[in-house]
Design a protein around this ligand. Structure first.
Ligand code: CTP
Length: 415
């Protein structure tokens, strides 16, 4: 288990903040999706959690205890009553910081909804005060059945988080309606949010922009830049994990969209500007991590420009500066954070943008520095506020940088 950021960096893997020193009870019930639970156990362990696996009797029919033991490095629990283990359900329930049941079958949810405690996993659910996440996986007709619907509603009413199953191909011979277990990385993100509850951004509307924009030259070509959107996606993910309602306005991303955020996809700088203008008044935090194109071709050719007719030069027109043109639409007290990607005189340029764009914080980084800037997983930034000295942070995973920025946003909101 890695406990410090430098240890994580050395190990080449980066657990997301809330998992270190946290104990997760992973319940696995008897569904074909339980093969994916092995991956989830691995992700949780890699993220720094201690994972106690409880396998139900039917769960054991699908996947063996040895698999989980090897993945978690801990004993796997199966029996409610066994010599020497009489109080396991109480001990496990007390030790858990979160309980996750994945997959949760229709039968398990029916028993949980009825408050039964006739096996170890259902007994743990009754005995725990930790937050509970149920991840259903079943045949699509079983999910659509009103009995299941009623059980799920009841489980949500008593405070459990019950994910909606994904739509897609189910096991051989089954339908393709909702019923599929969400993918393990998605479940991991939900566990992160559960662990952070109540998060310090709980219920706060956060607007994040990410990625590049594209400006058409002709129907097949465009001007853009090297932004992958990693930093903005990390910010959206971290804000959601910390309890925020997140809207992510993004250009074409080179990474997966974040779990939990409402994603508004745009292409051009003007589309991004309009989306920010629309969502800013209801937001209490804006983080402009996008790299919008600053120029667009003055004229967009209606047809593909033929090689033989290539112009000698492309006339460019400036695009709108999104921050400058929308910041006035913010509600009083809204914190606005910008980024400054520079290649020279980093601090002076960033300071200038902080002032001229009316920001509360600016995050400066040097595009020429190895391990920082576009496309990579890490970043080395200096955070500059309206008061106090600039804070130079060490080279960190972008997910850690995201948390460091949000820590400062939370502080500013409090002051
Ligand atoms: N930004 C913006 N609208 C643009 C370009 C940038 O709102 N058309 C935002 C970025 O998202 C970032 C901040 O402004 O938060 C600074 O972006 P940066 O590219 O560093 O600076 P520019 O304002 O584009 O200035 P320059 O290119 O001259 O450095």
């Amino acid at each position: 288990m890695w406990t410090t950021r430098s240890q994580r960096a050395l190990a080449g893997s980066n657990p997301v903040r809330p998992f270190a020193q946290r104990r997760i009870l992973l319940g696995v019930t008897g569904g074909i999706a339980s093969y994916k639970s092995a991956h989830l156990a691995r992700l949780l362990t890699q993220a720094g959690a201690e994972v106690d696996v409880v396998l139900t009797r039917s769960g054991q029919e699908f996947v063996g205890a040895v698999t989980f033991e090897a993945l978690t490095g801990r004993p796997v629990h199966t029996a409610l009553i066994a010599a020497g283990h009489a109080l396991d359900h109480i001990k496990l329930a007390r030790a858990a910081h979160a309980v996750v049941v994945a997959p949760a079958t229709a039968d398990f949810m029916a028993r949980a909804a009825a408050g039964q405690a006739d096996d170890l996993l259902s007994a743990v659910l009754l005995a725990t005060t930790a937050p509970v996440l149920l991840v259903p996986a079943m045949n699509d007709r079983m999910w659509a059945h009103p009995q299941t619907g009623r059980n799920v509603s009841h489980l949500r009413e008593i405070g459990y988080t019950v994910l909606d199953p994904d739509t897609g191909e189910l096991a051989v011979g089954e339908g393709s309606g909702p019923g599929r277990m969400p993918e393990p990385p998605n479940i991991l993100a939900h566990v992160g949010r559960l662990l952070e509850r109540p998060g310090d951004l709980s219920g706060v509307r956060v607007l994040v922009t990410a990625g590049p924009t594209r400006e058409a030259v002709d129907p097949v070509r465009f001007l853009s830049n090297r932004s992958s959107g990693k930093m903005g996606v990390a910010l959206a993910e971290a804000a959601w994990r910390r309890g925020a309602d997140v809207t992510l306005v993004c250009g074409p991303l080179g990474v997966d969209a974040p779990v939990g955020a409402t994603v508004v996809s745009v292409e051009t700088t003007e589309e991004m500007r309009l989306a920010v203008e629309r969502h800013l008044p209801e937001s209490r935090v804006l983080v402009m991590a996008a790299a919008p194109a600053d120029f667009r071709p003055d004229v967009v050719a209606g047809q593909k420009i033929k090689k033989s007719q290539a112009p000698d030069a492309l006339a460019l027109a400036p695009t709108a500066d999104i921050l400058r043109s929308t910041v006035a639409a913010r509600a009083p007290g809204t914190i606005v954070v910008g980024f400054a990607l520079e290649t020279d005189d980093v601090l002076a340029h960033a300071q200038g943008k902080l002032e001229s764009k009316g920001l509360d914080l600016i995050v400066a980084n040097d595009a020429t520095e190895a391990g920082a800037g576009f496309g990579v997983d890490t970043n080395r930034v200096t955070v500059i506020g309206r008061t106090g000295a600039p804070e130079a942070l060490p080279l960190m995973d972008k997910r850690d940088v995201a948390d460091a920025i949000l820590d400062r946003v939370v502080k500013l909101r409090g002051s």
